[in-house]
Design a binder for this molecule. Sequence first.
Ligand SMILES: Nc1nc2c(ncn2[C@@H]2O[C@H](COP(=O)(O)OP(=O)(O)OP(=O)(O)O)[C@@H](O)[C@H]2O)c(=O)[nH]1
Ligand SMILES: [Mg+2]
Length: 318
Amino acid sequence: MGFFDGSRAGEAPSAGLDKGLAKTRTGFLGKIGRIVRGKKTVDEQVLDELEEVLVTSDVGVGTTLHIIDRIGKRVAEDRYVSTAELHGLIRDEIASLLLDDLPDRPAGFDAPLPNRPHVIMVVGVNGVGKTTTIGKMAHRYRDAGKSVLLGAADTFRAAAVEQLSIWAERADVSIVRQAQGSDPASVAYDTVASADSRGADVAIVDTAGRLHTRGGLMEELAKIRRAMTKRVAGAPHEVLLVLDASTGQNALRQAEEFTRSVEVTGLVVTKLDGTAKGGIVIGISNDFRIPVKYIGVGERIEDLRIFDRRAFVDALFG
Ligand SMILES: Nc1nc2c(ncn2[C@@H]2O[C@H](COP(=O)(O)OP(=O)(O)OP(=O)(O)O)[C@@H](O)[C@H]2O)c(=O)[nH]1
Ligand SMILES: [Mg+2]
């Protein structure tokens, strides 16, 4: 696998990511361009305006202040930083923020898994792209030669089981399902049990994004989790929280809420293709010490990328 991920025959390696981030890139660079137009050096006013651009690009207030502070310091040291250099300076700061003391790029789908079955639980509020992401992941694991079993533990919404079944068919993997309205924890248990007895490599469990109350949802997720652990010690080995980039600051709030209640091991940021709010990935990477593992850049089965921070910075700055 190359440095960039997700390329398919005939597609330039980073084309998907570049395209996926087009709106964010245009918005971000356009705004920075307007700030520095007609200016010779980076002064207080430029920094103020840059702060506003970062905040309105959904980078998040904390992360923005951090970036501004670092750029301010460099400008103070260097005195004559020209606006032409500002672009490179921001790029450097964002890159080091994303690249510093964070774990390496997540392993590829073809990497050996330490557990069998390797159990993944997928959580997030309704509509963020959980089921779609599961379909995409199943496809990638399957493509890498792994046997995959899906578990339809979103029994709350009428069409949810059917929707996951369609993805299972597309990805050519099996699914464990019960009737709508049945106990999600029981579906999760069955899925893990079946994966274990069949010797499946990967089990991915879908969950509901909405219950009658958010508190009820968190309790239910804990219950689903316990059911899996009961059958396979250590399961779930991964809990992926899916966040919709187009919801901007809401996604950050959801991340806070879920990471408080559920032991989230990785984040998936979806719908980067349709939004100018891709800056959210920067804020999330900085605010939460939980790695962004995958990003969604479209609705098709192949529109999932392993998140690569360096490739992301490159795509963001063109
Ligand atoms: N453009 C785009 N659309 C996406 C992406 N991921 C998911 N979607 C779309 O988002 C919508 C919701 O996706 P689902 O996978 O059903 O979301 P969910 O989290 O399972 O939703 P619930 O089951 O209601 O909780 C669908 O129309 C998907 O096609 C993405 O990366 N890009
Ligand atoms: Mg769903």
